[in-house]
Design a protein around this ligand. Structure first.
Ligand code: NDP
Length: 331
């Protein structure tokens, strides 16, 4: 069983030496468990945070442990009454080729209803994050102006499309002309801002002349600062993530402009998607409906490879080399 384990705690950007590539014997599942072969592994910006030894919403990955990751597996052998060989299951199974599980915290999925990778993207954690972050935390209302950063990513691309379905004006912020073209030409965003080439403050003045009602932040840093300077009255700032800060060797750079919340009677609120787990079914059904109706286009960036390609593939997120949900395809 080929596995990727955490060899040392990274400092700043991830290095190949942070990981150990090991092979362990594959064991039989044993009573009440099933064994499976990994098909798709999810790569998530949050993984960077899980490697730091500091308190967070989950304990850090321990030194020497198999790297934590969501994945879709195919059951190969089962001594569990609820799972049969051939079943496909989503769970936090880690970066390894073979998995043994007692089934707790897992979900059976149907490849006839959606491609397996989509259960890690639009119908998985990023989909849930976009849905509850925008509609629940962001309390979005029809006709509002929505700005989303990381807009061509897994979460951002869904946030923008859901906001369009809800009758909003949507402005996406992403890196590079190709990603911006995807947003406006393929996903129906009203405008896109290339933060690498444009002055984001100025562009927001142009595209959101009446201010931003909901700012959905995936990146933090300077882009958050620019958005705070453009809030409409009673705006909601949704703190989903801050990928621009995850590799910092020093403290997170927070917004200097927070008093705009006072002036605009706005609120800024963070959330963790896991708190919505009881309602995932509701969100997945609605998103699946929008996909079937052609109102949501699923963006996936699929890298073919093995578990040994995990470290290099994870690095793509921090260089902006993915458009849509990044997954490693082991099939
Ligand atoms: P994405 O698919 O959006 O991939 C990450 C993207 O971030 C890259 O493609 C890149 O796009 C952008 N990026 C990387 N570095 C920078 C930088 N320095 N400045 C600005 N943009 C940068 O990932 P996800 O959709 O999976 O995650 C998006 C965010 O949502 C993350 O912050 C993640 O931590 C958060 N998240 C939060 C959850 C929660 O429960 N709160 C749950 C799931 C995700 P570009 O080319 O445009 O720079």
């Amino acid at each position: 069983n080929r596995q990727i384990r955490l060899a040392r705690r990274p400092v700043g950007e991830l290095q190949p030496e942070d990981w150990a590539h090991v092979t362990e014997p594959a064991e039989a599942p044993g009573e009440g468990r099933f064994a499976g072969r990994t098909r798709y592994i999810s790569l998530d910006p949050a993984m960077r945070g899980w490697l730091d030894d500091r308190p967070s919403y989950l304990p850090p990955v321990g030194l020497g442990e198999v790297m934590r990751a969501g994945s879709v597996i195919e059951v190969t052998e089962s001594d569990h009454p609820g799972f049969r060989p051939g079943d496909h299951v989503v769970g936090t199974f880690g970066v390894q080729e073979y998995v043994i599980s007692d089934g707790r915290g897992t979900l059976k999925v149907d490849p006839a209803r959606a491609p397996l990778s989509t259960y890690l993207g639009a119908l998985g954690m990023p989909g849930m994050t976009a849905y509850f972050g925008l509609l629940d935390v962001g309390a979005l209302k029809e006709g509002e102006t929505v700005v989303v950063s990381g807009a061509a990513g897994a979460v951002g691309s869904l946030v923008g499309q859901i906001a369009k379905i809800k009758g909003c004006r949507v402005i996406g912020i992403a890196g590079g002309p190709d990603k911006c073209a995807v947003l406006t030409d393929e996903l129906g965003f009203d405008a896109a801002i290339d933060y690498r080439a444009e002055d984001v403050r100025k562009a927001l003045r142009t595209h959101a002349p009446d201010g931003i009602d909901v700012y959905f932040d995936n990146v933090g840093g300077e882009i958050l600062e620019a958005a705070l300077g453009r809030l409409a009255m009673r705006a909601r700032v949704v703190i989903c993530g801050a990928i621009s800060q995850y590799n910092n060797e020093t403290a997170v750079h927070g917004p200097a402009n927070y008093l705009s919340l006072l002036v605009r009677r706005a609120r800024m609120e963070g959330f963790v998607v896991f708190d919505y787990s009881a309602r995932y079914g509701e969100a997945a059904r609605e998103i699946a409906g929008w996909i079937a109706e052609g109102r949501i286009k699923v963006l996936e960036h699929v890298v073919k490879g093995g578990v040994d390609d995990f470290p290099a593939t994870l690095g793509m997120l921090f260089r902006g080399e993915n458009t849509g949900k990044l997954v490693l395809d082991l099939t």
